[in-house]
Design a protein around this ligand. Structure first.
Ligand SMILES: *Cc1c(COP(=O)(O)O)cnc(C)c1O
Length: 224
């Protein structure tokens, strides 16, 4: 099956209509994205700034682009004019830079706070204490060119379903805690969790967005 059939299958059989599917196209050629686009799908995720900017330039402008990877502050400017949602906010500094770039581009940039829920050291993300500290600061309240839309997290890469489930539960707990404390009436409503290996558990636990790559586009081959 091609990518457009895979997406169609996913939308009709795998995920409920209130869960948004971010089709993760990282490392995949423009043609594969174009095929999906021509069949009507317009929401794609990339994890590298340069690749995202290049693909944006080549493809139709009504695509909704999600930046799902770790970001360096000095690269925000390349995607600030067009990005729909940045999933991986893991520092206040990054948020401030995004705000500044939003100002320059005269737009509000949508962001998710990334939390470190996995047992692996290699994954990025905030702790709930770090997030609370800057969310209650005066500096945060001055950021008028960002919207915090919710949270994002990645579970440990493991076969242990109960371990994955408890990490997703932790992210939902963090979401509720922050919503009640800082965002009672606002756009804070997204929980981005779940990938090809664990999206079913993520949906059961309350994901509002899943980020799926290899099950749609095929396995990635990093060796050129
Ligand atoms: C690559 C990636 C995904 C998708 O991974 P698959 O296992 O191919 O579905 C999801 N989220 C992030 C942050 C990624 O980097």
């Amino acid at each position: 099956m091609g990518v457009s059939e895979n997406i169609k299958h996913f939308l009709s059989n795998e995920i409920p209509s209130n869960v948004k599917l971010v089709a993760v196209s990282k490392t995949k050629p423009i043609d594969a994205i174009r095929e999906a686009y021509q069949s009507g799908y317009k929401i794609f995720g990339e994890n590298k700034v340069q690749e995202l900017a290049d693909k944006y330039n080549e493809l139709p402008k009504d695509i909704e682009w999600h930046m799902i990877g770790h970001m360096q502050s000095n690269k925000v400017k390349y995607i600030a004019p067009f990005v729909s949602l940045i999933h991986g906010i893991d520092s206040f500094k990054l948020l401030s830079v995004i705000n500044k770039e939003g100002e320059k581009n005269n737009r509000k940039i949508n962001c998710l706070l990334q939390f470190h829920i996995a047992k692996e050291e290699t994954k990025f993300g905030l702790s709930i204490e770090e997030a609370k500290e800057f969310l209650q600061s005066e500096e945060f309240k001055k950021l008028n060119n960002i919207t915090i839309c919710g949270v994002m997290g990645m579970a440990t890469y493991t076969e242990n379903e109960e371990a994955i489930r408890s990490e997703f539960k932790e992210l939902v707990y963090i979401f509720n805690e922050l919503k009640n404390t800082f965002f009672p009436v606002s756009d804070f409503k997204e929980i981005s969790m779940g990938m090809s290996g664990d999206y079913k558990i993520a949906i059961e636990e309350g994901a509002t967005m899943v980020r799926i790559g290899s099950l749609l586009f095929g396995a990635r081959n990093y060796i050129k």
